[in-house]
Design a protein around this ligand. Structure first.
Ligand SMILES: NC(=O)C1=CN([C@@H]2O[C@H](COP(=O)(O)OP(=O)(O)OC[C@H]3O[C@@H](n4cnc5c(N)ncnc54)[C@H](OP(=O)(O)O)[C@@H]3O)[C@@H](O)[C@H]2O)C=CC1
Ligand SMILES: O=C(O)C1=N[C@H](C(=O)O)C[C@H](O)C1
Length: 246
């Protein structure tokens, strides 16, 4: 049995993950922590799952590393600097590992992988991400990572930036520039988490779309991470390597 704690346990995803951990025969939920709760029960966990808030996750992570607890992190808001900070904490506590992924839905990981593969073959790439209106961050962590992966693949292949003749327009009309890829964020009641990667070339377009229709979509990837994080030294970013995609 792997002893598991959940940070953000009363949140939309955290509550779903508590149910998933309790239903798994090889996992034991030993701590369910949310705002205002003591973290102390987490010290008996082997793995802590964090789905909290971009402003809270770094403090939680540092606490877990210092207490020798592996972490599986879905909370968004990580940039290169924050990832480097986490690497530093883990280096100072050898044997403690962390898996941080912007999206644990298997289909979303595949969408990012397919987008990375397709990006060098087209003149243009843009991303539209669509989420529920309670989301704190924009653009989504998934969209940011998709843009980074697509741009890296295009640069490696010597493909230039997407053509765009816009010289005048309202602020925001062309979305956010993430590594040269335009990202458009929609917030709409009724939605959960959705993304389209739009690719355009000579007389053709390719659209790669993923939809999370329920927050259950994140549970299998998170539980895979919980089962595997103990054998992944230091920091692992993204679920790709656990799915054999890189
Ligand atoms: N990687 C992935 O696959 C996915 C990532 N996410 C990300 O996960 C995060 C959470 O999303 P979601 O569940 O929708 O958000 P919610 O706001 O529904 O849940 C977050 C929960 O964490 C609580 N919380 C805030 N700070 C702390 C803290 N310091 N310690 C413990 N609990 C805390 C919040 O309390 P309160 O409401 O009182 O602030 C809330 O109950 C977001 O960053 C989101 O983007 C979401 C889905 C999938
Ligand atoms: O806040 C959400 O809901 C989600 N957040 C993650 C992100 O920012 O990419 C993953 C998924 O899109 C759901």
């Amino acid at each position: 049995m792997i002893k598991v704690g959940v940070l953000g346990a009363r949140g939309r995803v955290g509550a779903e993950l508590c149910r998933a951990v309790e239903a798994a025969e090889d996992l034991e939920l030993v701590a369910a922590v949310d705002v205002g709760d003591s973290r102390e029960p987490l010290s008996s966990a082997q793995v802590a799952i964090d789905f909290t808030h971009p402003d809270a996750v770094m403090d939680n992570l540092r606490w877990c590393v210092e207490h020798g607890v592996h972490t599986v992190v879905g909370t968004t808001g990580f940039d290169a600097q924050k990832l480097e900070t986490v690497r530093g904490w883990l280096a100072a506590h050898s044997g403690v590992n962390s898996l941080i992924a912007p999206n644990f839905a298997v289909g979303a990981v595949l969408m990012m992988h397919f987008a990375q593969k397709a990006a060098p073959f087209f003149d243009s790439v843009e991303i539209v991400e669509l989420h529920h209106p309670n989301k704190a961050d924009a653009p989504s962590g998934t969209a940011r990572r998709t843009a980074e992966l697509a741009n890296a693949a295009r640069e490696k292949a010597g493909v230039g930036r997407s053509p765009d003749a816009t010289t005048t327009g309202l602020d925001g009309a062309r979305g956010a520039d993430v590594d040269g890829v335009r990202v458009h964020a929609v917030r709409l009641a009724g939605l959960i988490a959705h993304q389209e990667v739009l690719l355009g070339g000579h007389g053709e377009t390719l659209t790669i779309r993923h939809d999370s229709l329920s927050r259950e979509s994140f549970s299998p990837g998170v539980l895979l991470g919980v089962r595997r994080v103990g054998e992944l030294p230091g920091l692992t970013v993204g679920l790709e390597s656990l799915l054999g995609l890189d």
